[in-house]
Design a protein around this ligand. Structure first.
Ligand code: 9Z3
Length: 314
């Protein structure tokens, strides 16, 4: 993958529209991190879901990166169970912690309306249609009561880039207590605002040819300048297994961060390799584990939170 240097990060504001609420979100993230570190917790920023790259300013068409958000959402639950406070920077309408478990369920089919007396109605839930709902609800309410989860949404690549930069700056003061777990699927290509047609591209003009620029590699300034003491993990996604490890080591070597989680699209929920400068560890989910409802994210989070402890103590 080619890379443009985001040291030219001044270009970021020109070519990627700044989201209106970025300052508010930065403050919310900084306060969240400060409060939880004061209470003895570590903070993980999880990115999740795919970025959207518009082809027109008044967008009808866009280029999307595949990610359901399951990896990020389930990892968030395991980090919360380990005592982390979680900033969940995710694609609008991708999977979210806890609710992801019920995405296949039509809520209205689980509810019954009972008339208790005239004018008083009670809605009841059929728990058989929402597996394990009491435990999940208890866990969700504990998380909400303590305010352990801060959801932040993005849709476009521009929003993702600016919000990730803001998060890095907000978490910088907590140093090594911050972890970045970058599971979002981020576009490598974009059309700069200055070159984008305003209106819907007309098919009457014939076949479409698009030229896209390389997206600046935001990991470089994140590791080097914005949050230099943090524990940073990126994800490497390939479809060809034969180049996976080579690409993962290449990323580690280029960005000098702490770990890469390498996965192949088709097998991503059953097999990953964690690559660091000190070790390479394969994590496999057996069929038996899968039947028992074990998820590979449980193993990923265990390994990485241990590595984070080691990093903090160093
Ligand atoms: C991943 O590799 C994630 O594990 C998946 C998770 C997106 C495959 P799902 O959300 O899938 O559970 O459906 N994320 C990183 C993808 C990415 O864009 N990586 C870039 C690359 O590989 C580097 S930042 O070049």
């Amino acid at each position: 993958m080619a890379s443009c240097d985001v040291a030219s990060s001044c270009r970021m504001n020109e070519e990627f529209a700044v989201p209106k609420d970025v300052e508010e979100v930065r403050t919310a993230m900084a306060n969240f991190a400060e409060r939880h570190v004061a209470a003895g917790r570590r903070v993980v920023l999880i990115t999740s879901g795919g970025t959207k790259v518009p082809l027109e300013s008044r967008t009808v068409r866009f280029l999307d990166n595949f990610s359901s958000g399951r990896r990020g959402a389930s990892s968030a639950e395991y980090f919360l169970a380990k005592g982390y406070a979680v900033i969940f920077l995710h694609r609008h309408r991708s999977l979210c912690p806890y609710t992801r478990l019920y995405t296949g369920v039509n809520l209205l089919d689980c509810l019954t309306l009972n008339t208790i007396q005239e004018g008083t109605e009670l809605v009841t839930v059929d728990q058989r249609k929402l597996p394990n709902i009491t435990n999940i609800l208890k866990r969700y309410q504990e998380v909400q009561t303590v305010g352990l989860l801060l959801p932040v949404e993005f849709s476009t690549l521009s929003e993702y880039l600016h919000l990730l930069k803001a998060a890095a700056q907000a978490l910088s003061p907590i140093g090594s207590k911050a972890m970045f777990y970058l599971a979002a699927a981020v576009s490598d290509f974009y059309i700069p605002a200055s070159e984008m047609p305003e209106h819907k591209i007309q098919s009457s003009n014939g076949p479409l040819q698009i030229s896209m620029k390389m997206v600046p590699k935001i990991l470089k300034p994140l590791v080097k300048d914005w949050a230099p003491k943090a524990f940073v993990i990126s994800f490497k996604l390939e479809t060809d297994p034969s180049i996976l490890l080579e690409r993962a080591y290449c990323a580690l070597d280029t960005y000098k961060h702490q770990a890469v989680v390498a996965n192949v699209l088709d097998t991503r929920h059953g097999y990953v390799v964690i690559v660091t400068k000190d070790f390479q560890k394969e994590l496999v989910l057996t069929d038996k584990e899968a039947e028992r409802g074990v998820e590979i994210e449980d193993k990923i989070v265990k390994n990485l939170s241990n590595a984070h402890s080691h990093f903090i103590n160093q």
